[in-house]
Design a protein around this ligand. Structure first.
Ligand code: BGC
Length: 411
């Protein structure tokens, strides 16, 4: 097999609320109100083997982000590690609640903080991919009706405009929104994330306000920075079924249709596709679960070929593709090396078949507060291990494996 292209970008990702520490946003409030319930419900939420391996899931503290990795104060140390690992790109998010703590009042010191973050990356030869909204929002925004409010797009775009104006000289790649299809599902339909709603009406309002906000942001950033590359990160699950079961196949098509809907509606508003890939969902009305015994600590199936299936599926849009997330919860680091190698094998196969993949971001640079669906600290996604008592960083074995892959361009 050939090596990866010379200009292929290699890196890892993180998001503000998961790593910075001491944020004050809608999730902070949610954690305060729900941590006790979550520690009790761990007994019914997780399998026996998970409960035995990760008893910390019964501890209330598991569900409170608190200082998390203190990346806000230690970003230099973390970027030095990324650099030592050979990374040439890094994905992170701006914490909206820091830069606009009160409605319409921007905090210039916090903006300056992100300028320092961007400059530190630039000084290390690391390309920044900046996420503008990775699910956390200022308390005032939520109090004003959040994404259900008619004014949400105006509020969000005011923030986007300010960021594009203040940081645009240091940023080319903007990821406006992270996984819109996931955040609206869990926050507004299933109710396991803030604001905890279970309403189809709220879900639809949010969905379309997000769509509107995204498209407006795309235009806004381009009007301010003509060289900017703007897109969003979409969660692409590989849906499959037993090909002999027609009913399962119909369900697969429906699942695919809805999970790709947001993306399809943004046609003409993407300079690239941000592809988050983690696993396959095997749809079967009869069988439960999946065939492979390879699974992560969260119980997700490890299915490397799925990344290839997804890449082949989205090739038709003729846009550059970045793998903006791909990784696993693997506390003892026994599966991460194989995981990375196998997924990259399939990424490279797709490239050889003409898919325009330009970069890969492992999720995550370091262990962090795994906030989707309130999982907390126990799932360990990092190339770098964090001791949450001392905040000491320790690169895992897979960190060095990834470094080797980067330095040989996958040979
Ligand atoms: C999210 C990340 C999260 C990861 C693993 C993605 O859906 O963007 O914030 O940590 O999945 O669950």
């Amino acid at each position: 097999m050939k090596q990866f292209p010379k200009d292929f970008l290699w890196g890892a990702g993180a998001s503000s609320h998961q790593v910075e520490g001491n944020t004050n946003n809608n999730w902070t409030a949610w954690e305060r109100d729900n941590s006790e319930r979550l520690s009790r419900e761990a007994k019914i939420r997780w399998d026996k083997w998970q409960q035995e391996k990760f008893p910390e899931m019964f501890d209330v503290r598991n569900y409170i982000s608190g200082a998390t990795c203190d990346h806000y104060n230690r970003f230099i140390e973390d970027f030095n590690l990324a650099k030592a690992g050979g990374h040439t790109a890094h994905r992170f998010s701006i914490e909206w609640s820091r830069v606009e703590p009160e409605e319409g009042r921007f905090d210039e010191r916090e903006i300056e903080h992100y300028r320092k973050v961007l400059t530190a990356l630039r000084e290390r030869g690391i390309e920044s991919f900046v996420t503008l909204w990775h699910w956390t929002e200022p308390i005032w925004f939520e109090q004003n009706g959040g994404w259900e409010s008619k004014k949400s797009a105006d509020y969000f775009c005011r923030y986007v405009e300010k960021m594009a104006n203040s940081l645009g000289d240091l940023v080319i790649f903007w990821i406006v929104i992270n996984e819109p299809n996931v955040v609206v599902k869990f926050g507004y339909l299933i109710g396991t994330q803030p604001p905890g709603k279970k309403s189809l009406v709220s879900f639809l309002k949010t969905y379309f306000n997000l769509l509107k906000s995204y498209k407006k942001s795309y235009e806004l950033i381009h009007s301010l920075n003509k060289d900017a590359k703007v897109g969003f990160a979409n969660s692409f699950v590989c849906y499959e079924s037993d090909i002999f079961k027609p009913l399962d196949k119909i369900i697969v098509s429906i699942a695919k249709y809805f999970s790709r809907y947001f993306f399809k509606q943004t046609k003409g508003f993407n300079d690239f596709i941000g592809c988050n890939y983690y696993s396959r969902s095997l749809i079967s009305l009869k069988k439960k679960g999946f065939s492979s015994d390879q699974r992560t600590d969260l119980g997700w199936e490890i299915y490397p070929k799925g990344i290839y299936e997804v890449l082949k599926e989205i090739k038709k849009y003729n846009l550059p593709i970045y793998i903006t997330e791909n990784g696993l919860a693997d506390a003892d680091d026994s599966k991460r090396e194989r995981f990375i190698k196998d997924h990259l094998f399939w990424v490279r196969s797709a490239i050889e078949e003409g898919v325009n993949v330009r970069g890969y971001f492992h999720w995550s640079l370091m262990d962090n507060f795994e906030f989707p669906e309130d999982r907390g600290f126990w799932p360990r996604f990092g190339l770098i291990e964090i001791d949450f008592q001392t905040l000491k960083r320790k690169p895992r074995k897979s960190f060095y494996v990834y470094r080797e892959i980067i330095s040989t361009r996958g040979r």
